[in-house]
Design a protein around this ligand. Structure first.
Ligand code: NIG
Ligand code: FE
Length: 424
């Protein structure tokens, strides 16, 4: 079917002329077209044409988007949204001055969510996650990554990955599963760390790989979590099994995560709140995407990652919500985009590149999505404004009115059309 998305005020293509990522100063160039319409053929972007030259007879489907802005579908490339339970009590502790790391050391934090996830069945976890996915879709998100890491036993990590894979079948959007068995040492292995590493390498990873339950293997490199040596043991195995690598690092302490990410050719290196200046230069020379998470700095009230320095050195920078119950209980990508602008001094254009083409690159999907270019998937977000700056300027307000995935309108405000009904 040939569809015409007719006469929007602006199309922000974020095109890269086939390179499929934007590095440093290139992030500023988002390519804003006025007076143009978009032609889709089935699930693919076919053409961008001047609105004045359109012959309406040649389209089977015409959607009028006058007064609207079209962007590539947004991509939230780092979330932990398949969690159960609440940590509102820890939020109260944090508000009274107890730190995230102190809470983790005293047995709270990730361990609390692990208990809740272990006690929840498959169906319950699916039910909890669904409104979160649907909220993402209403924001114009067409690709979403979700990590495991709250099971920390073979059975529960596999259960969580099966939940994430099942969610992918329930919705048209792409949900990318990441294995994060190395999120935290579970209580029963705290005095047998080698035993837990063996469990990951001999049981969890082989099962994940055999059943293709995850695209990426991630790990949390931090004083309260895994050491560099421990992460390496896992990354070697993951690489041998054909998984691609992601890494949480340089969040609270400089841990040498940049060298590790480079050594294992990581697809992305995430957090980087305390990255050292010399490491900025190193990572900027690679194709590893730096995924910055300003929601975490805001939620935990500490320093933001040095986005300006990374961009000026030529890094490929993305941003994401890190939606999770402990360090960023923020599901609103729009708010995170505005935080990136206000607190990390990213320009509106850099923010848009960060949540589209560079976020696609952080999921190794930028050949197929993340920009509006002929031949790419018709993954699009339509915003109720005539000028794209509004999307970042209107802080925390959802201006998305239509989400298109694989050429299908999967959400319009006031007229939701999810595959299996809307539970919002
Ligand atoms: O990305 N850094 C480690 N993991 C998450 C937090 C998970 C949690 O507290 O539940 C993060 O910030
Ligand atoms: Fe995270």
């Amino acid at each position: 079917m040939i569809t015409l998305l007719s006469s929007p005020s602006q199309i922000v293509t974020v095109s890269t002329s086939g390179r499929n990522f934007k590095r440093g100063p290139e992030m500023q160039e988002v390519n804003v077209l006025e007076g143009c319409s978009l032609v889709l053929e089935d699930d693919i972007i076919k053409d961008i044409v001047p609105s004045s030259k359109i012959k309406p007879g040649s389209f089977q489907n015409i959607i009028s988007l006058e007064g609207k802005v079209i962007l590539p579908g947004l991509i939230d490339c780092h979330t932990h949204l398949a969690f159960a339970g609440s940590r509102a009590d820890e939020f109260r502790q944090k508000l009274s001055g107890v730190s995230y790391e102190e809470i983790a050391r005293s047995g709270g934090g990730i361990a609390r969510t692990v208990n809740a996830v272990r006690n929840a069945g498959f169906e319950e976890l699916v039910k909890i996650a669904r409104p979160r996915i649907e909220y993402a879709i209403t924001q114009g998100i067409t690709t979403l990554e979700i990590k495991s890491g709250y099971g920390l036993s073979t059975e529960d990590e596999i259960k969580l990955l099966r939940v994430i894979n099942h969610l992918n079948t329930l919705y048209e959007i792409d949900i990318v599963p990441t294995f994060l068995g190395a999120h935290s040492f579970p209580a029963e292995y705290r005095s047998d760390k080698e035993g837990y590493l063996r469990l990951i390498n001999e049981k969890m990873l082989p099962e994940v790989a055999e059943h293709r339950l995850a695209k990426f293997c991630d790990a949390f490199l931090e004083k309260t979590a895994f050491s560099k040596e421990e992460v390496e043991v896992i990354f070697r195995k993951a690489r041998d099994l054909g998984l691609s690598i992601k890494l949480h690092s340089e969040q609270f302490n400089a841990m040498g995560g940049v060298d590790l990410a480079i050594k294992y050719n990581a697809t992305s290196l995430d957090h980087l709140e305390v990255i050292k200046e010399t490491d900025i230069e190193k990572i900027s020379a690679t194709e590893t995407v730096c995924v910055l998470l300003p929601g975490v700095s805001f939620f935990l009230d500490y320093g933001f990652a040095p986005a300006r320095s990374l961009i000026s050195k030529g890094a490929i920078v993305s941003i994401s919500t890190d939606y999770n119950p402990g360090s960023s209980h923020i599901a609103n990508l729009n708010l995170v985009m505005s935080l990136a602008a206000i607190k990390m001094k990213m320009t509106i254009e850099e923010v848009i590149s960060a949540v589209t083409i560079n976020a696609a690159k952080a999921l190794a999907l930028s050949q197929e999505t993340g920009s509006i270019e002929p031949g790419k998937k018709a993954d699009l977000a339509v915003f109720d404004t005539t000028e794209y700056s509004d999307i970042v300027y209107q802080v925390g307000k959802n201006l998305n009115v239509m989400t298109i995935k694989n050429g299908r309108v999967i959400y319009t405000r006031n007229q939701p059309n999810f595959k299996e009904g809307l539970s919002l």
